[in-house]
Design a protein. Structure first.
Length: 304
């Protein structure tokens, strides 16, 4: 029997529509912005659709200042992406206790601003805690954090770290894959808990489109799109030396984005390349290159 011909989609075929937003997070691309207003101005100038939510600043704003900020965002057609959890389950006990004490006020400030998503990451190893000890700590602490956030209508995203070199550097390996993160979510049992999905960690964890097809929009809080330097085996890739999305083609970004479209993901998509050359650029140039890279990575799969 003759082999079936490979069907290549036309380059002119319309891409599927997308429901996610192209998000600006200044610190991820080496851009300096001192205030939320500066972040928003950069986003508007360069065609981003959503912005990072700076929780401490928003929580400290007066009602009048916050109302003006929200009105400006509405007129500029900007929406919130996600905020970042300042302290979390990785911290030592005194720091964690202080963070939990302060979290209700931070969450209330985010809620007043209309922010509904925050995220953090799970360290893939520990020098002090075995896997089981670390797991039990995370179940307890993430449960506390998620409960406070849920009281304020906020979802919590957790990012697993797939980079092999990071867990090899620690005495005890910990969660570093989508499957392990799912197990943690199930044991925490919080309805507002989900993934911060990163194409870099998906790839370095040696996961595939099949893993992504098991994920629904409800499971995802935020998304990072990144590429990897060419010519370096996965085991030797360095987490802090990445590329802008679709820069090298090493990571199959199209497959990753297609999964987001198919699940009707409706949150922020941002770049986190940890790239020295990008970080060295002036703010406007770094923003321009980043939004161009995100749009180029998304365009073959998803239309506006």
């Amino acid at each position: 029997m003759a082999a079936a011909a490979t069907v290549v989609p036309s380059r002119h075929a319309p891409a599927a529509s997308r429901t996610f937003s192209i998000n600006l997070v200044t610190g991820m691309i080496g851009v300096t912005a001192k205030t939320q207003a500066e972040v928003n101005a950069l986003a508007k100038a360069h065609g981003f659709e959503s912005v990072e939510a700076r929780g401490p600043e928003l929580a400290a704003m007066s009602p009048d200042d916050l109302a003006r900020l929200k009105a400006d965002m509405q007129s500029e057609r900007l929406v919130w992406g996600a905020g970042f959890l300042p302290n979390d389950a990785r911290a030592d006990s005194p720091t964690f206790a202080e963070a939990i004490k302060n979290l209700p006020a931070l969450a209330a400030g985010l809620q007043r601003a209309g922010v509904t998503r925050v995220g953090t990451w799970i360290s893939p190893g520990s020098d002090e805690l075995t896997y089981l000890q670390n797991y039990k700590r995370h179940v307890e602490r993430i449960g506390l954090i998620a409960g406070i956030l849920d009281d304020h209508g906020i979802r919590l995203g957790l990012e697993y770290i797939g980079t092999p070199g990071l867990r090899r550097a620690r005495r005890y390996a910990f969660i570093h894959s989508m499957t392990e993160a799912r197990e943690l979510f199930a044991d925490v049992g919080a309805q507002n808990l989900g993934f911060v999905l990163d194409s870099w960690h998906w790839w370095t964890a040696r996961e595939t489109g099949e893993n992504l097809r098991r994920v629904t929009n409800r499971d995802v809080v935020a998304v990072d799109l990144n590429d990897a330097p060419a010519g370096i085996p996965i085991d030797d890739q360095k987490d802090n030396q990445r590329e802008l999305p679709a820069a090298t083609g090493v990571i199959p970004i199209g497959e990753f984005v297609r999964a987001l479209v198919e699940m009707n993901y409706d949150g922020p998509v941002r770049a986190e390349p940890f790239n020295a050359a990008l970080n060295a650029l002036e703010n406007d140039e770094a923003c321009a290159r980043t939004v161009a890279a995100l749009k180029a990575a998304i365009a073959p799969v998803a239309a506006n």
